[in-house]
Design a protein around this ligand. Structure first.
Ligand code: ZN
Length: 177
């Protein structure tokens, strides 16, 4: 068994999917409404212009509306306004790592996407899932499916087209960063 903390035998795809995407997610919080309140010294000092704030809000509202339209259960909608901040960071984390991956020769996208899904794969009772619906983070299956369907790298790799369940048309995607 690999000693805990020994990353030498971990593939780049797994590192990118599990550490890279997470680091990208956390970094992006510096550029969202939370990060807007702290300057580059870490002091509480709102640094966005009014224009910045308005542009971000417009996109964040689109993302909230997108999540509002998802029904994890019949008749129960995802609370878009609650999850939009974390959903935005999930998309940003994936986007930045895919840009880095594109520069890497022979990158195994299948291994990468599987390793990413592995982070959030979970089994839970309906009661627990309903409780988590009030959390700031989207439900685990949405953190996989919604994030991945936003990227051509995923759709093209698995030959996902209009009419397929995971397909999301470019005009329906929300691109914040
Ligand atoms: Zn976050």
């Amino acid at each position: 068994m690999r000693p805990l903390g020994d990353l030498s035998a971990v593939s780049d795809e797994e590192l990118y999917a599990k550490l890279g995407v997470t680091i990208g997610h956390e970094f992006s919080h510096a550029f969202d409404p939370t990060g807007s309140q702290f300057d580059n010294e870490g002091n509480m000092n709102f640094w966005w212009t009014g224009e910045d704030g308005a542009a971000f809000s417009e996109k964040a509202e689109r993302l909230a509306a997108f999540y509002d339209g998802i029904q994890p259960w019949k008749g129960v909608n995802c609370p878009g306004n609650i999850v939009s901040g974390e959903a935005c960071a999930d998309l940003a984390g994936m986007k930045v790592i895919l840009r880095i991956a594109a520069q890497k020769e022979g990158f195994d996208y299948d291994a990468f996407f599987r390793a990413y899904a592995d982070i959030y794969m979970s089994v839970m009772t309906p009661e627990v899932a309903r409780q988590l619906l009030g959390d700031q983070h989207p439900l685990n299956y949405l953190r996989i499916n919604i994030v991945l369907q936003h990227f051509d790298e995923f759709l093209n790799l698995y030959d996902i087209h209009e009419g397929d369940g995971m397909y999301l048309a470019p005009e329906d995607r929300v691109d914040i960063w």
